[in-house]
Design a protein around this ligand. Structure first.
Ligand code: OOG
Ligand code: NI
Length: 455
């Protein structure tokens, strides 16, 4: 084997996410407009808020503000999902979390392929929310069989991609040149195709069962269906979307605006109708691709998450059919029951923090005190919220549904099956809570060691 230098997986992910963004901007011009809007709002927010500038600079986040945070795809078979796991591994992305969307009437379950260590996240946090269609939830046996047959015929990876995945596994990585080659080949899996693999009648039959089934089954591959930049003011982006010709989804998903942002807030412009050539040369349209924005806050502990879920549920009974302003008003009211200072979030064990010794702490040398809260009060240790890097099933369902139109049936609900998902994936998914807990604990130990404690 040749002794070439391998480049980091983070670098490959960075190249891939940039290439994917460039491709998506040419494919979906409205997405380019969304990026411009987000950039404009971010700049205005930074001009208004110097404390935010300071914080982002301290956290080393200014340079990557404009980079996409995530995208999403949907696949049809276990083999496709398992190969995607290997493809994403080339870029240092592993499956984190299990999301059951059957509960919300969407016949898929999902994970997020993402980097997990601090340095990798800092280098490029790009993730891909990946859903597997659950054909077993289709009621009609004839349709189920038909869909499986169609899927069995397609191959969503180029030969070059498969070779480079194998090569990366064998070598333990890729060289600079191989990485460029890999990015170009892998991109093909995510590309849009204007022609369907089936005739219009087949498309319509699958569509009538569920729009998402038609989206997954009738095309050559799992086209990227959205990308998502980070915004510093999601309420403002939502407000301005119509001014730049976008049709925003009805409400911003997730928690309300707060002093201490928690978890994840998301909104999107709705998927566009696009022309499709069906087999047999008939023309039609398909609606799949959109643009999304996200604003992230602190990751919650199991207790914090339980409180979030409870309050969200409570508000859901009161927000049905409200517009965004009304929806946000109700949420804000219900969420007054969720502590909104960093100190309270920490003391009540609701959110994860990362600890580090301050300049004063370093100057103090050896310190006997080992209670973190006391050390924070004495200014020897500081706490930073750990950003939530994952997704929210209720929000994800809201994003799916805003693009599926109409009322979706509840026929699929109560069908979580993590085991089946992991067996299709060919590996277990990593639990997200354990990752945050470890990061918090490691930082606590390191900070106490810096103050002279033994561990
Ligand atoms: C995925 C929708 C979920 C998110 O950010 O929660 C999602 C899809 O439509 O395929 O992307
Ligand atoms: Ni998304």
């Amino acid at each position: 084997m040749s002794t070439q230098t391998l480049i980091s997986r983070d670098e490959i992910r960075d190249r891939f996410s940039k290439a994917l963004s460039a491709m998506y901007q040419t494919e979906v011009p409205q997405y380019e407009t969304l990026l411009e809007l987000v950039d404009q709002v971010n700049r205005e927010t930074l001009e208004r808020d110097s404390a935010l500038v300071e914080r982002l600079t301290a956290y080393d986040e200014m340079a990557r503000l404009g980079a996409e945070r995530h995208g999403a795809i949907r696949v049809g078979t276990a083999e496709e999902l398992a190969m995607l796991r290997r493809l994403f591994a080339v870029m240092g992305m592993v499956p984190v979390g299990y999301y059951d969307l059957s509960e919300a009437g969407v016949p898929v379950h999902s994970t997020a392929f993402r980097p997990i260590d601090d340095e990798a996240l800092a280098y490029n946090p790009f993730r891909v929310f990946t859903s597997l269609l659950r054909l077993e939830l289709i009621e009609s046996e004839a349709l189920r069989k038909r869909a499986a047959e169609i899927l069995a015929k397609r191959s969503i990876f180029t030969a070059g991609t498969l070779e480079l995945i194998a090569l990366s596994e064998e070598q333990g990585g890729l060289s600079d040149e191989q990485a460029d080659h890999f990015v170009a080949e892998a991109l093909e899996t995510f590309r849009w195709h204007q022609d369907a693999t089936v005739d219009l009648d087949t498309y319509e039959a699958l569509y009538a069962e569920h729009r998402l089934i038609a989206d997954v089954v009738c095309f050559h591959g799992p086209h990227i269906n959205h990308l998502t930049p980070r915004t510093l003011d999601i309420d403002e982006v939502q407000r301005r979307m119509p001014e730049v010709g976008m049709n925003p989804k009805q409400v911003i998903e997730g928690p309300p605006r707060r002093d201490c942002p928690i978890l994840l807030r998301q909104t999107s412009f709705k998927a566009l109708d696009e022309p499709i050539r069906f087999a047999g040369a008939r023309q039609g349209t398909h609606t799949a691709r959109f643009g999304e924005v996200e604003q992230r806050g602190v990751a919650l502990t199991a207790e914090g998450r339980a409180l979030y879920d409870r309050l969200l549920n409570e508000s859901r009974r009161r927000t049905a059919d409200l517009d965004n302003a009304g929806h946000q008003r109700v949420l804000a009211e219900v969420f007054t029951n969720f502590p909104d200072t960093e100190a309270e979030l920490r003391r009540q064990g609701l959110a994860f923090f990362e600890y580090q010794v301050t300049d004063a702490g370093r100057a103090a040398g050896k310190v006997d005190e080992d209670d973190i809260e006391t050390l924070i009060e004495r200014g020897l240790i500081e706490a930073r919220p750990i950003t939530y890097e994952d997704f929210l099933p209720v929000s994800a369902a809201g994003i799916f549904q805003s693009n599926l139109g109409g009322g979706q049936s509840e026929a699929y609900s109560g069908n979580a099956n993590r085991e089946a998902f992991e067996s299709a994936l060919g590996a277990p998914v990593t639990g997200e809570l354990a990752l945050y807990a470890k990061r918090e604990r490691d930082s606590e130990v390191a900070a106490l060691q810096d103050l002279g404690h033994q561990y």
